[in-house]
Every structure is written in C-alpha cells, then in structure tokens.
Design a protein around this ligand. Structure first.
Ligand SMILES: [Zn+2]
Length: 185
C-alpha cells in the first residue's frame, strides 16, 4: 500500500494555475506584480516584537492575519505539526542569540494531518523505499499533550537564552480562535 495521499487530492483548476503554466509559474508571475509595487521598508532583520512563532505548516493557518502581525514583527518557524524538533531548536537558537527574540509562541491546530498518522508511517516508508528515515514522524493523538511536550522541549533546551515566556496554543481551523494550553504543574 502506498503511504502517500490517502484520499484523492483536489486538482488545481486552470484559473488557479494560469493558462499553460505550472503553479510555480503562477507564483513567479504574482511576484512580478508584488515587486512592481514594493518599496524597501528599510527594516532591520531583528523582529520588532522580539517573538518567534513556531507553527504547523497547515495551509489554513495564516499566522500574520490570525495574530495581527505586520511585516518585520516576528520570526515564523513552520513544519509538519509545528513540532519542536532539533531543527526548530536550531532556528530558535539563532533567532534568540543572533537576532534578539525573547518570546516563543507555539501553535498547533485542530484537524492536523499528523493526528491521522502513527510511527508506522516511518516503517511503511522504509519498506517502500528501502531506507530508514533519520527523523521521527512526531505523530500525535492528543493535541494538548503534544503542545505541552513542545513547550517542554523549548523550556529545557540548553541552547536558548530566553525560556521564561513560552506559551502554547491550539488554533481552531473552523473558528479562527486560539485556545491556550496550560503547562502541567
Ligand atoms: Zn497541522
């Protein structure tokens, strides 16, 4: 059994991709229009609000809109699940030590693709391609427990300078509302 998409994916329509081009061609075209209007904001690379947001890559989660963020306000670090992996710690370490952020906001969400996966994904992948991935799937069943685990990984990292202001949330993709997850203890 293939472990790629369990359901047929919606096909992009012609109007979505533009006539004759790929989706990337459409993005490049949009960028030309963006750049035509663009004015150099003269910003520093250090985020204005000194905050790093770690979130799932989910397409329904518009972090800037959902959190009232403007260009230049924050670092956004995204991956499947918004899980705090070693590579997220790498980005947070650079964010804090080289670019001055102090607060960390973690955002997972309802309906996450990782809720339907297990570590079997990894074994099936190994069976299919003959190579074991070096990474964990980081699948989870209990979203609050996973947010707590991510908070704990940030708080206990020896590489980070600032671990006092670390808060975790679940974003509801149907209401747009954040619900805070309280750390245990
Ligand atoms: Zn997700």
């Amino acid at each position: 059994m293939s472990i790629s998409s369990p359901q047929p994916l919606p096909q992009p329509t012609d109007s979505a991709v533009g006539t004759g081009g790929t989706v990337t061609d459409r993005l490049v075209e949009a960028n030309r229009r963006y750049a035509a209007e663009f004015q150099d904001p003269g910003m520093d690379a250090r985020p204005v609000l000194r905050v790093a947001v770690v979130a799932c890559m989910d397409a329904r989660l518009d972090l800037h809109e959902a959190l009232g963020l403007e260009l230049g306000d924050c670092h956004t670090i995204r991956n499947a699940g918004g899980v705090v992996t070693d590579d997220v710690i790498r980005s947070l370490t650079i964010s804090q030590r080289a670019l001055g952020t102090r607060s960390v906001v973690l955002i997972h969400h309802t309906g996450c693709g990782l809720l339907n996966l297990t570590e079997d994904f990894r074994h099936e992948l190994e069976d299919e391609v003959g190579q074991r991935p070096s990474w964990a799937v980081e699948a989870f069943k209990d979203i609050d427990a996973d947010v707590r685990q991510s908070m704990q990984r940030v708080r206990t990292s020896p590489f980070l300078l600032h671990t006092e202001d670390v808060r975790g949330f679940v974003f509801d993709v149907t209401t747009g509302l954040l619900r805070e997850v309280q750390p245990r203890g």
